[in-house]
Design a binder for this molecule. Structure first.
Ligand SMILES: *[C@@H]1O[C@H](CO)[C@@H](O)[C@H](O)[C@H]1NC(C)=O
Ligand SMILES: *[C@@H]1O[C@H](CO)[C@@H](O)[C@H](O)[C@H]1NC(C)=O
Ligand SMILES: *[C@@H]1O[C@H](CO)[C@@H](O)[C@H](O)[C@H]1NC(C)=O
Length: 404
């Protein structure tokens, strides 16, 4: 028998006298969240009430609600979406959930069934690309067990790669751009095959040339930002005219610069500077961390906490807190075609985060998490801390500037 973390904590919590509703996983059929400022896509409403029935947000009234959660004047956001992570173990979803991330977009774990197998009630939802397309000899091609049908040696191989990934259940196609290849014709073939199947193409693009190559091939979503030189007006014009969404992963770029002792100007001028310029030009920016534990990449942003670090870096690069929060919710949902989430609207999945403080005033308040709902299943991050700390009989809430 497998004990869930929730069961174990519920048992300890009961011993500590923590109210059971803080830790128990249960799905009431109707929940009213009262006295909350509700995210409307561009800010917060005056205090009101949101009603959930089972896993869905509704416009039903509060009559006969089995559960009422007093939001105490807090701020209700759609659940956060991490648009770039590498969930090579389902256990990583625990830290994501505690940080308000209700959807994880995996950008390379193979086979894709390894990530879809993580889906469970009360757990961060997940989608993936499966193995990225690349050529023999790149860093990712050396990961043990890397599937050979992801080697893009020719347009013919590109067609097989796309067909195989789609058959496996990939939600998007990912291509790793690198000086080694694939060549332009092969990349264009990947894009054409994916688009013919109605699927978007995500690229790993960490240089100015990678961005140009991606744009020339018509690839949809560039991930990362250049570390060699900032995107210029010509490059950004390509992004705006094609209405591209970009996932900069600034926390990854900054961590790479630090870990490889690259002069810090590579971060400030190229990476951060590209985000500043793209945002000023109106490019839609989604929040992704590149959280991973791989020994094959130069940095390993931690799961969960790095999401809040990314929000802060995007704001430092010039996004308003509201734009960064859109990148964490509606912009991400739109970019990746997840139309059942990303907003607080009737009919959408009840993926929600209740904050105690206004994140549009200070983006660090994105961490002031009171409760998380995952398709209507309530989770209380604070309960973990209270349970751990109750051994001292000193329940304390640790969040906000201290992070966790
Ligand atoms: C990839 O390159 C390695 C080293 O050159 C070689 O041993 C291997 O056979 C190549 N794999 C494919 C699929 O071409
Ligand atoms: C802009 O896109 C065109 C093709 O649409 C491409 O040829 C060109 O290289 C791109 N320029 C930059 C700077 O990305
Ligand atoms: C990288 O180094 C800069 C400058 O020293 C520092 O401000 C920043 O916090 C570091 N970032 C990471 C992710 O370690």
């Amino acid at each position: 028998m497998r004990y869930s973390t929730i069961t174990i904590f519920a048992t300890i919590a009961a011993a500590c006298g923590v109210p059971a509703h803080l830790v128990e996983k249960d799905i009431p059929s109707k929940t009213a969240i009262t006295n909350v400022h509700v995210w409307n896509g561009a800010g917060f409403s005056a205090p009101s009430t949101v009603v959930i029935i089972d896993s869905i947000i509704t416009n039903a009234n509060t009559a006969d609600a089995e559960t009422t959660v007093d939001g105490r004047g807090g701020y209700l956001m759609p659940g956060y979406i991490d648009s770039h992570c590498h969930v090579t173990s389902c256990s990583y979803l625990t830290a994501m959930r505690a940080n308000g991330i209700t959807t994880a977009l995996d950008m390379g774990t193979f086979p894709v069934s390894a990530v879809t197998a993580c889906r469970a009630e009360g757990v961060t939802d997940i989608y993936g690309t499966g193995a990225a397309g690349t050529v023999n000899g790149t860093a990712i091609s050396k990961i043990p067990g890397f599937p050979q049908d992801s080697f893009l040696a020719s347009p013919e191989a590109a067609r097989t790669f796309v067909a195989n990934r789609i058959q496996e259940g990939a939600s998007w196609i990912k291509v790793f751009l690198d000086p080694l290849g694939p060549d332009e014709e092969t990349l264009s073939t990947v894009v054409a095959a994916a688009h013919a199947a109605g699927i978007k193409v995500v690229t790993h693009a960490t240089s100015y040339a990678d961005y140009s190559e991606a744009q020339t091939a018509g690839a949809d979503i560039p991930c990362h930002v250049p570390l060699d030189k900032p995107l210029d007006a010509a490059s950004i014009q390509n992004l705006t005219s094609a209405h591209r969404h970009v996932v900069p992963t600034l926390i990854m770029m900054q961590s790479i610069v630090n870990n490889t002792r690259t002069p810090y100007i590579a971060y400030t001028a190229a990476a951060e500077g590209s985000v500043t310029a793209m945002n000023a030009a109106g490019v839609s920016i989604a929040v992704g961390t590149d959280a991973n534990t791989s020994p094959y990449v130069p940095a390993n942003p931690p799961f969960g906490t790095s999401f809040h670090a990314e929000l802060a870096l995007l704001v430092a690069a010039g996004l308003t807190p509201t734009q960064a929060l859109q990148g964490a919710t509606s912009v991400a949902a739109h970019a990746f075609g997840l139309y059942d989430r990303g907003s607080i609207s009737p009919g959408l999945r009840a993926d929600l985060v209740l904050l105690s403080a206004d994140p549009t005033v200070n983006i660090a308040n994105s961490k002031s998490i009171e409760y998380v709902w995952l398709a209507g299943v309530q989770f209380t991050p604070g309960a973990y801390l209270e349970v751990l700390l109750c051994f001292n009989r000193k329940p304390v809430r640790l969040y906000g500037e201290n992070g966790w």
